[in-house]
Design a protein around this ligand. Structure first.
Ligand code: FMN
Length: 201
């Protein structure tokens, strides 16, 4: 048996893919972009963990439409360019030391808006996977009111052609390189070590 050590990590970011949410800011022409990594899917529903201090959460309370854009590992520097910003004009006191207000994260990160088909916020053209979605449920994460668990149903999925297996709705797993956020470091995907018995290719 491997010897173990009891530790008290301040965060539990053992590694989840990064997503860039686009949401509509009321009264604004452009949508806001929010990098997150607390995101996973079950069936057609995504579960997102969002801070209540951020623009994304404010926006989703006003308009339930969003796009869950999945960047690949080549986009890490663009993500990092917008990382220390918020779309909240009056930056909350707890964030002021490390974050500043940025009304146009598209220009700052070098991202290009692409119209969505069934929701209002645009997709991010540079992201190889773009899922148009709508919020179906919101639950407080804890009694302190720090964050919200958001359920979003995926309504339409777009992928760059290079990722699609021709004639199917399958993703070419050799072409797709998600970007993982592991203790605030960006990682690309390593080599394949195995295949599940239900894999379709
Ligand atoms: C890679 C990455 C992952 C992040 N994951 C989350 C997350 O899962 N949930 C969250 O609320 N904030 C997360 N953040 C922090 C937000 O992006 C940050 O608070 C930002 O200011 C939110 O932007 P907004 O206020 O314009 O929505 C993450 C940041 C980065 C760079």
């Amino acid at each position: 048996m491997n010897p173990t050590l009891a530790i008290e990590p301040s965060v539990f970011y053992f590694g989840t893919p990064v997503a860039l949410l686009t949401t509509l800011t009321p009264g604004d022409d452009t949508a806001n972009i929010t990098p997150i990594s607390s995101a996973w899917a079950l069936d057609d529903t995504y579960v997102l963990g969002l801070s209540n201090l951020g623009r994304a959460m404010c926006n989703l309370r006003e308009n339930a439409d969003l796009v869950i854009n999945l960047p690949d590992s080549r986009l890490w520097e663009s993500i990092e360019k917008i990382a220390a910003t918020t779309g909240v004009a009056d930056v909350p006191p707890g964030k002021r030391e490390k974050y500043r207000y940025e009304p146009d994260k598209w220009a700052l990160g070098g991202f290009t808006p692409q119209p969505s088909a069934v929701v209002l916020p645009p997709r991010i053209a540079e992201c190889p996977v773009q899922m148009e979605a709508r919020v179906t449920n919101m639950t407080p994460l804890n009694e302190e009111g720090d964050a919200t668990i958001v359920h979003a149903k995926v309504l339409r999925t777009h992928v760059h052609r290079a990722l699609a297996v021709p004639g199917t709705s399958h993703i070419d797993v050799d072409a797709w390189t998600p970007i993982y956020y592991t203790f605030r470091h960006y990682f690309s995907q390593g080599e394949r070590v195995g295949v599940n018995f239900r894999a379709e290719q």
